[in-house]
Design a protein around this ligand. Structure first.
Ligand code: SF4
Length: 326
């Protein structure tokens, strides 16, 4: 690991000032420290933001929740309001990592997780995300875990987060504070597609700190489910996952949200699937059509074509569970 300066911030202003001077933020350290040990990340300065008071989970006046960026994944998953009113988020968090990691990992860090593409972490491989312009060894390589939606010639890496998939389905908003002031960014827009610049992964500007995530109130009676398929039952990333949120009234789906993980280069909201659902009765055939619509346009490589069929099954099954049909 190359030498780096270690700073500590006790408030948002100090953290943003250090970030604006080029320091990387660290809280739980469950991503950045690993990547620094591997030589993938080589910051010259790191600022510990673990003592900045941003760990509270509070109700908002409009009936939603405001979650501090330093709330741990465990605290959020077991929060009584999250578990009862935003079940999909609790389920997504508990399906990720291990209890030990969830005790340290924070909401802000989870939003900024970096890909688990093995070539990204192998300094001997070509990787446009790690070293822009060097090529992508995953293309034409072992791409079993890679994306089938949102890919580009430059990168096919999946976004690894479960939490972000649930946040997209909940229409969550990221609140930030940076050198140019405060911003609110919808989570669905927060992560960027790889395009020609896979090294750019989100809309944050240099020194901009994620301070909170806000969950808007859901209509009464809304039901939500997170479903995840992986190679083993714990401590594994999704091969395909789905976060679904349904609001039904009088035997009809009035509002639907469908988001996907494990299959796309960013947490993936499927407008196509939602259009197939709204206005219909909750039936298994409708869910199958929505699942097919969600994967329309998916493009597989040599080893990951199975993900397209798998994702359809995961989506349809999550919708059936949310509707009480499974
Ligand atoms: Fe790097 Fe993306 Fe290619 Fe993986 S898929 S090697 S992260 S450029």
């Amino acid at each position: 690991m190359q030498p780096f300066a270690w700073l500590r911030a006790s408030n948002e202003g100090d953290a943003v000032a250090a970030g604006a001077r080029g320091a990387r933020f660290v809280a739980g350290g469950t991503t950045l420290v690993d990547l620094m040990k591997q030589g993938v990340e080589r910051p010259s300065a790191v600022v510990d933001i673990g003592r900045v008071p941003l760990a509270r989970i509070e109700a908002t006046p409009s009936g939603g929740l405001r979650i501090g960026a330093l709330a741990t994944n465990t605290d959020v998953a077991y929060d009584a309001n999250v578990a009862s009113r935003f079940a999909v988020l609790s389920q997504a968090l508990l399906s990720g990592a291990s209890p030990q990691l969830r005790n340290l990992a924070t909401v802000g860090g989870n939003l900024l997780q970096r890909t688990r593409c093995p070539y990204f972490r192998d300094l001997g491989s070509a990787c446009n995300k790690r070293a822009p312009g060097r090529g992508c060894d995953a293309r034409g390589g072992f791409d079993r875990s890679h994306a089938v939606l949102g890919t580009s010639d430059a990168c096919i890496a999946t976004h690894p987060s479960d939490m972000c998939v649930a946040l997209v389905a909940l229409d969550a908003v990221v609140l930030t504070r940076g050198p140019r002031g405060a911003r609110a960014i919808a989570v669905r827009d927060f992560h960027t597609l790889p395009g020609a610049h896979p090294d750019v992964e989100n809309l944050l500007e240099p020194g901009e700190l994620v301070t909170h995530v806000e969950l808007p109130a859901q209509p009464a009676g809304t039901r939500s489910v997170y479903s995840k398929v992986r190679d083993r039952e714990s401590f594994a990333f999704a091969l395909a996952s789905a976060a679904v949120v349904l609001h039904m009234e009088g035997g009809t789906i009035r509002r639907a949200r469908v988001a996907l993980g494990g299959v796309a280069t960013k947490p993936w909201r499927s407008d196509e699937a939602e259009r197939e659902l709204v206005g219909k009765a909750p039936r298994l055939e409708v869910f199958a059509s929505a699942a097919s619509a969600a994967m329309h346009g998916a493009t597989a490589g040599k080893h990951n074509a199975f993900k397209i069929a798998l994702a359809k099954n995961v989506i349809a099954s999550a919708l059936a569970r949310a509707a009480g049909l499974a």
